[in-house]
Structures are given as structure tokens and as C-alpha cells.
Design a protein around this ligand. Structure first.
Ligand code: ADP
Length: 191
């Protein structure tokens, strides 16, 4: 069998990462690791970490690097990941997290990172229509601001290592999926 696919997906809040990750799971057999979903799981379970995280998430701020790195490290160590590969969604979101990821995985072990690019005005409209707990006007503005401040440098970090592929996410879902598959196919055959 060929090596399992190992990907990171970037994109602004509301860019459609969640939907497209479902397609990636179907096509590449990877496991979807969403740090946002994991944190919401911890909140729902009422764990101590979940209670702390909820305040941070409701404000649209970032949970501390140490906590999130620990969660991801543990998840990536599981056997199903070695067997099936993964798509990381929502991580890394800071350069410190990107550096932690390299430590966790080793340097040559990612096939690539995809940036699902959707303009700011469009994602703002989409998120207002979605209505998640943290989708208040202030929460949305703060998360988008932090994306530019904290996550843009992570995109540059991946680009500098020739690991970043841009995908234009401004199209209907099926068309975006097609573009994404083409980008991932190119990334996995190149690595
Ligand atoms: P969105 O992409 O809409 O911000 P996510 O589901 O990815 O939604 O994340 C929701 C919230 O969870 C974030 O606003 C943040 O508070 C927290 N979070 C998720 N991933 C991370 C991360 N890698 N580092 C820090 N905080 C995170």
C-alpha cells in the first residue's frame, strides 16, 4: 500500500474547511483532526481544560500553544494516524505551533499544506449566516484579526519550505472540491 496522506489545511474562518475536510476523508482515507472540534468536545464533556477553553473560545482568542500542542501531540501518536494519515484543520495556527508540529512529526513527514483562500468580505457574510456559539460580531472580528496576525506568518512559514499550495475557494462546493483534489494530488505525488 502507498504511504498514508498527511496534510494541513488552512483557510479563514468560514472558508469551508469543514465541508472540504469531509471530502478529503472520503477520497484519501485520512483522519480529520480539527482542533476546534476537539476543544468543543472538551467543552461539552465539561472537563477542566474544556471549561478554561470555553472562555477563550467565546472571546475569539487563541487557546494557549502548550495546551493545544499537547492535545495534537497525543492525537497524532495514536495507531489509526500511522495507518491512515490525517488532515489537520485549525492547527498549526501560530508559528510556535508549526515548530511544535515539526518536532512531533519530524521534518519530512508532511505531504503538504493547502490554503483554501476565500476573501474576507465573503467569509464574514458566511459566518454571520452560520450562527455558532462563538459567531458573534465581536467573536468573528477577533478570530479574523488573529488569523491575519498569527496564522498569516504560518502560511509564510509553510511557503518558505515549499509546502504550501493555494486553492481558490471562491466557487461552489463541488468546484472547490475538484480544485482541492488536484492540489492534493500534486502535493502527494511531488513529496
Ligand atoms: P474557526 O476556524 O471558525 O475559528 P475552529 O473550530 O477552528 O473555528 O476553532 C474555534 C476556536 O477554538 C478558536 O477560535 C480558538 O479559540 C480555538 N482553537 C482552535 N484551534 C486552535 C489552535 N490551533 N490554537 C489555539 N486555539 C485554537
Amino acid at each position: 500500500m502507498s504511504n498514508p496522506t498527511r496534510l494541513v489545511i488552512f483557510g479563514r474562518q468560514g472558508a469551508g474547511k469543514g465541508t472540504q475536510c469531509i471530502r478529503l476523508v472520503e477520497r484519501y482515507g485520512v483522519i480529520h483532526i480539527s482542533t476546534g472540534d476537539m476543544l468543543r468536545g472538551a467543552v461539552a464533556a465539561g472537563t477542566e481544560m474544556g471549561l478554561k477553553a470555553k472562555k477563550v473560545m467565546d472571546a475569539g482568542d487563541l487557546v494557549g500553544d502548550d495546551i493545544i500542542n499537547g492535545i495534537v501531540r497525543e492525537r497524532l501518536a495514536a495507531d489509526d494516524i500511522a495507518e491512515n494519515g490525517f488532515v489537520l484543520d485549525g492547527y498549526p495556527r501560530t508559528v510556535a505551533q508549526a515548530e511544535a508540529l515539526v518536532q512531533i512529526l519530524g521534518t519530512d513527514s508532511l505531504d503538504g499544506a493547502v490554503d483554501l483562500d476565500v476573501p474576507l468580505e465573503e467569509v464574514t457574510q458566511r459566518m454571520k449566516a452560520r450562527g455558532r456559539d462563538d459567531d458573534t460580531d465581536e467573536g468573528i472580528a477577533r478570530r479574523l484579526e488573529l488569523y491575519e496576525l498569527e496564522t498569516r506568518p504560518v502560511l509564510d512559514w509553510f511557503a518558505a519550505r515549499d509546502l504550501l499550495v493555494q486553492v481558490d475557494g471562491l466557487a461552489d462546493e463541488a468546484e472547490v472540491t475538484k480544485r482541492l483534489f488536484a492540489a492534493v494530488d500534486a502535493a502527494t505525488s511531488a513529496s
